[in-house]
Design a protein around this ligand. Structure first.
Ligand SMILES: Nc1ncnc2c1ncn2[C@@H]1O[C@H](COP(=O)(O)OP(=O)(O)OP(=O)(O)O)[C@@H](O)[C@H]1O
Ligand SMILES: [Mg+2]
Length: 300
């Protein structure tokens, strides 16, 4: 439940939903709601920020990362030697046509699959050198995953979905419930704690997935087409949420996407084609290009 005070008549409003005007005097409540949301996000940022990790300049480095899938006798090269350095706190989008290797790169960086050759370092640790136990620890504590199809557990409520990774991290149940509620409030779902995924809209399900990704204060959020199953407006809300988390908590966001709306929030855009990096754009350069085109909002 969120509590707001009407700036005009002082009415105390307690609601699990959205309030735009005061039910008593009809004053505009948007500034109050926005300010409360900001305070909540700042509180969350303090909880999410993980200062315990070592602070190397690059949080992810890949060298010659190659993946060849074997289909019987046929070899399918999905990544053909990717060298990529990702700075701590960066918002990086990976763009490219279908089949170019975005999800493959995502899976290798996230430790969900192993490369055929080459290396991926997270905080200067070579993922290939980790034991199965260490890799599981890394996945649980360092990385939060968001998928196109949300991948929530259908029989669990929003709160149970969000607290599940905390069980694996060994958190106490009181701490888990408090943090789970706080994270769901953070993504605007404080009034939907006990809803199951099928009782939520697509955008709300993806918000639960964002909250779940933040469960164990990850240093990295890996998002594979997080807006792929959402309409334009809902997709934009998810992008804005990820950007806010990136700016306010310093979490590194790496997102594979087809969504041109991501360009606005990305520090860099890595274009991949046929398993290779084609080029890397920095946002300043794109803004410059757009500027020289007379301010037209043209996607590059
Ligand atoms: N498990 C697999 N077995 C065999 N081939 C695969 C496998 N996964 C992906 N591939 C192939 O690897 C290439 C890269 O696939 P990937 O899923 O990384 O592309 P993508 O850029 O994520 O595409 P999309 O935008 O459609 O999600 C494709 O040619 C694909 O067919
Ligand atoms: Mg993909």
């Amino acid at each position: 439940m969120a509590k707001y005070t009407c700036p005009q008549c002082g009415e105390q409003i307690e609601t699990a939903g959205i309030v735009t005007v005061c039910p008593q005097c009809h004053a505009d409540m948007s500034a109050v709601v926005e300010a409360a949301g900001h305070a909540l996000r700042q509180r969350a940022a303090e909880l999410i920020r993980d200062d315990s990790v070592t602070t190397h300049e690059y949080i992810v480095r890949t060298r010659g990362l190659t993946k060849i899938y074997k289909m019987g006798d046929v070899e399918v090269p999905a990544l053909r030697g990717v060298d990529l350095d990702i700075r701590r706190g960066e918002y990086l989008s990976i763009m490219g046509p279908s089949g170019s290797g975005k999800s493959t790169l995502f899976n290798l960086v996230g430790g969900l699959d192993k490369p055929t050759s080459g290396s991926c370092y997270i905080n200067e640790t070579d993922m290939a050198q980790l034991s199965a136990h260490e890799l599981a620890w890394q996945r649980c504590h360092t990385i939060g995953y968001i998928f196109q199809t949300f991948n929530l557990i259908p029989v669990m409520t929003a709160l149970e979905n969000v607290t599940l990774p905390m069980i694996f991290a060994g958190m106490s149940s009181d701490e888990m419930l408090e943090r789970g509620r706080m994270l769901l409030e953070l993504v605007g779902l404080g009034g939907r704690l006990h809803h199951k995924p099928h009782e939520l809209s697509g955008g709300q399900q993806q918000r639960v997935a964002v909250a779940r990704a933040l469960a164990n204060s990850p240093a990295i959020i890996l998002a594979d087409e997080p807006t792929g199953n959402l309409d334009l407006h809902t997709g934009k809300e998810i992008i804005e949420l990820l950007k806010e988390l990136n700016v306010e908590s310093g979490v590194t966001v790496i997102s594979a996407t087809h969504d041109l709306k991501m360009i606005d929030v990305s520090d860099r855009i890595v274009h991949i084609r046929d398993g290779r990096i084609e080029r890397i754009d920095r946002r300043e350069d794109i803004e410059l290009e757009v500027g020289t085109m007379g301010g037209e909002e043209t996607a590059v």
